[in-house]
Ligand binder design. Sequence first.
Ligand code: ZN
Length: 228
Amino acid sequence: MMKTLKIGDATVQILKEYGNVNDSILFINVHEDETTSIETVYEYAKISPVHFVRLKHKETRRIDFNLRNKAYSIDPNRIFTKKGRRKTLRDGGKFSFKAAKSVKVFADSLLLHLNDVTVVIAMHNNTDVNYSIKSYLPGGDEAKNTDQVYVNPEMDPDDFIYTTELDFYLKLKDKNINVILQDNKRFVNDGSLSVYCGVNGIPYINIEAQKGHFEEQLELIKAVLSIL
Ligand SMILES: [Zn+2]
């Protein structure tokens, strides 16, 4: 199923592919340039079909659009709260209430796919600079978002799982996998899907791997599905 939506003058498609009817786990990708994370879902789906929602736009991280002859830009993983929309529009160069409204309509359409879902699995890739599981350690950029963190020194620090659920955290730690438990009270409200799920009590898992770490990310998918 493909649904075509507009943010200002930009056309963004929400592509939904289907797993087994009774399956209430949803894979989601909102950063279209994070291609390894998309490819690993398709690879896994060859073994066992999964529900997968992703955005199709211009294969970029950000979505640029014009509204009333003004240019705007958003990060689609910063649009799920009012504060997040305001900040991502500002970071993209400009904020207006009309633009924020247009982004909200889009975000709400995307969030409809979370109805009746028991676990959301967000798929992301990072690069070999700055951001890694180390960002969640005391003193790191993401420390405020961290309740608990477990680092397996044998794993690449760019390959890790981030979750809102203690139960998932403990099971993944048991498997000796890099994992972070979000602090669901003190996290920074950046409008990301993890924040939205944390606030709304929707169990959330982010499978994050360095771009190009196809095998590693595929193994993380298998590990996550084995504990659900
Ligand atoms: Zn991403």
